[in-house]
Design a protein around this ligand. Structure first.
Ligand SMILES: [Zn+2]
Length: 271
């Protein structure tokens, strides 16, 4: 892709081949379903400057990209979309006559959302992906049965398996490995729900280049707890009480963390 030549290229992973089979289930809880609580926004909002919104010039592209990414996800399936790369998303759209190629404006918008600096709206997390075309190495991940999600082999998988052993089967994986395009979709969906308010969106969802789900972190929940798994109510569960006693488990987004992210008791750090 010639257009990428002007972008800062620092590939951080190897190529992904075809993606595995997809599990569809209505019971899958993912961060598509998560929502911020007014409480956590208020807590974080106290010393926050004025909210920053997406520039008007991107509005058309924003809505058309959201629509296309929904179609791409439907086309490849929920599980596969979790690990879909930028190039694969672009090609999927191009070769499907129901979707249609991304326009130059849409591609430029996605590049903007990937490369801009979110410090301008109060997000101070670390950049975890350097290049919009970064891929997930398929040889390095495993699909977790009945979850629709993947985990990186070794550290993430070991941590998760040990948690099940120590906490019990009521702890479940609610989000694992996320590609750039997965985080892009989650972030844009969140932006949609916050009326294009970048400041509010990034309190509960990292911008596409800033998610530690690209490098090993994962989310857990309590079986049957539904949307509450992505609220502070998860911290009231027995599962969480057991979890924080485990010496090998760290919560990345603690109360009043410096990244500007809300408290996320469900988000497990893997480094
Ligand atoms: Zn998470």
């Amino acid at each position: 892709m010639n257009r990428r030549n002007f972008l800062k290229i620092l590939a951080c992973s190897t190529a992904m081949s075809s993606v595995g089979s997809t599990l569809f289930a209505k019971t899958i809880i993912s961060e598509e379903d998560d929502y911020y609580t007014v409480d956590s926004l208020n807590k974080l909002g106290q010393d926050k400057p004025k909210d920053i919104f997406l520039d008007q010039k991107y509005h058309d592209s924003f809505y058309s990209v959201i629509k296309k990414l929904n179609l791409v996800q439907r086309h490849v399936g929920f599980g596969n979309y979790n690990i879909l790369s930028f190039d694969e998303a672009v090609n999927t759209a191009r070769w499907s006559n129901k979707i249609g190629s991304f326009s130059d404006e849409e591609l430029e918008f996605m590049e903007y959302i990937f490369y801009y600096n979110p410090n301008i709206h109060g997000f101070y997390g670390e950049r975890t992906c350097q290049n919009i075309t970064d891929t997930i190495d398929k040889n390095n991940i495993v699909k977790i049965p009945y979850s629709g999600h993947y985990l990186f082999k070794d550290r993430s998988l070991d941590t998760y398996n040990n948690m099940i052993k120590d906490i019990g089967n009521s702890i479940i994986l609610t989000s694992g490995v996320r590609s750039v395009m997965k985080q892009m979709k989650l972030f844009l969906d969140k932006l949609d729900r916050t009326n294009l308010n970048l400041s509010q969106a990034s309190i509960s969802l990292a911008p596409p280049a800033y998610s530690f789900h690209s490098s090993g972190d994962f989310d857990v929940g309590k079986k049957g707890f539904g949307y509450d798994n992505f609220t502070e109510r998860f911290a009231l569960t027995e599962e969480f009480s057991k979890m924080i006693k485990l010496t090998y488990v760290d919560i990345r987004y603690t109360i009043n963390n410096k990244d500007g992210v809300r408290y996320e008791p469900w988000h497990v750090t893997v480094v």
